[in-house]
Design a protein around this ligand. Structure first.
Ligand code: Z5A
Length: 212
């Protein structure tokens, strides 16, 4: 009998919301409970495309805005065969940022609409669950100063937050909003509950396609 597929679980949220912390904790908890799980993150800076993106984020290079948007999308598409293989093998993927960040960040720039920004990511594997870690900017600021990377300023991050709110109106995506101001352990408990539900549901359904 073929094994049941893993779930595609995405964590999104504003800067410092705790996405990386929670992705790691979730993978560890799933593994301890005997459920195969792996973490991925976007951008994946290890690939050739990812290195172009990394240099751009670190302000070591400049790229035209449409071009870098398409590179972020290409960085997801290049990982799709691997993602599908792992999901089919029964591994749950816990992903730190995905296409929603791609759309929210580019559409926060002048002259970009949501529809144009979504188009290169149409057809990606659709997450079974997207958890948005909600944290207001003043609490995020208490977790550390913005770094030196591109986009790390509060005016831009506020526009990104508004774009995420527009994306969350799309009921074809299984969004859950998590209060990220709670303690790390309490946030983890909520995330784990939603994830176990998604993992169980994914076993009975086929992997979907995003925004189709
Ligand atoms: N980007 C894009 O433009 N287009 C795209 O398609 C994609 C991304 C995919 C990638 O940044 C940048 O690329 C990002 C979006 C853009 N730009 N910005 N801004 P990245 O992936 O390299 O880094 P990041 O995603 O920006 O990380 P982050 O947001 O700064 O952090 P986080 O992962 O959300 O948080 P954390 O590292 O887990 O925690 C931050 C600190 O808070 C740390 O000290 C923790 O110990 C602490 N923490 C975490 N949780 C708590 C709680 N609950 N209480 C107290 N303290 C906590």
């Amino acid at each position: 009998m073929a094994c049941k597929r893993g779930a595609l679980i995405v964590l999104e949220g504003v800067d410092k919301a705790g996405k990386t912390t929670q992705c790691k904790k979730l993978v560890k908890a799933l593994e301890l409970s005997g459920r195969p799980a792996e973490m991925m993150r976007f951008p994946d800076r290890s690939t050739t495309i990812g290195q172009l993106i990394s240099a751009y984020l670190e302000k070591k290079s400049d790229l035209e805005d449409h071009t870098v948007h398409l590179l972020f999308s290409a960085n997801r598409w290049e990982l799709v065969p691997l993602m599908k293989k792992k999901l089919e093998q029964g591994t749950t993927l816990v992903v730190d940022r995905y296409a929603f960040s791609g759309v929210a960040f580019t559409s926060a720039k002048p002259g970009f609409c949501l529809d144009w920004c979504k188009s290169p990511d149409v057809g990606l594997p659709k997450p079974d669950l997207v958890m948005f870690l909600q944290l207001n900017p003043s609490e995020a600021a208490q977790r550390g100063q913005f770094g030196e990377e591109r986009y790390e300023n509060s005016v831009f991050q506020n526009r990104v937050q508004q774009r995420f709110e527009e994306l969350m109106k799309d009921t074809s995506v299984n969004w859950k909003v998590i209060d990220a101001s709670q303690s790390i352990d309490n946030v983890h408990t909520s995330i784990q509950d939603h994830s176990l539900n998604a993992i169980n549901a994914a076993q009975e359904t086929q992997l979907g396609t995003l925004w189709k």
